[in-house]
Design a protein. Structure first.
Length: 172
């Protein structure tokens, strides 16, 4: 097992050939490839309950804090030769690589370990078909009860204005 430093994982910044993170030595900080960020790298802090993504886009520094429970699962991507283990989010730009360029036995063992530690399901990206798109709920339906949807709304009318009359005030 290789030792991980505080500033990066096993691979240096910008290298996507091999990345091996130890799931039992969390928290860990490492650099990963990000095509939209300045310098094409982003810094990832991986904790048991949250993930912090730091990157700069067009000179603007940003840090995105995402709970681990917001991730979909731990996925195995790639073919038989090059397999990648990824912490998958609905937004693909928030997905985090966990293991790149390892042997098949090592990948399968790490897959179950990462899944257990984060309490997320194991996803097989190669065998999974994309889910059908869900219909979105009607925005107005959430605001008004159903029986009021059948009623017509009131028509705004102009109120009469009484000018130059003495004002009557009722006091309690």
């Amino acid at each position: 097992m290789r030792r991980q430093t505080a500033t990066c994982g096993v691979a240096p910044a910008g290298s996507s050939r091999s990345l091996r993170l130890d799931p039992l030595s969390l928290p860990v900080r490492f650099d990963a490839h990000d095509p939209r960020a300045d310098g094409h790298t982003r810094q990832i802090e991986l904790h048991r309950e949250r993930v912090v993504l730091r990157r700069a886009v067009r000179g603007m520094q940003m840090a995105i804090n995402v709970r681990v429970s917001d991730f979909t699962g731990v996925a195995l991507r790639g073919n038989d030769e090059a397999q990648v283990l990824v912490l998958v989010h609905r937004d693909p730009s928030l997905s985090v690589p966990l293991l790149v360029g390892a042997e098949a036995d090592e990948v399968l063992e790490a897959w179950s370990t990462w899944s257990e530690i984060f309490a997320l399901p194991q996803l097989d990206e190669g065998a999974r078909k994309p889910a059908a798109r869900r219909r979105r709920a009607n925005a107005i339906r959430a605001r008004r009860p159903k029986f009021l949807m059948r009623r017509r709304t009131g028509i705004a009318r102009e109120l009469p204005v009484h000018r130059e009359e003495r004002e009557i005030i009722a006091r309690n």
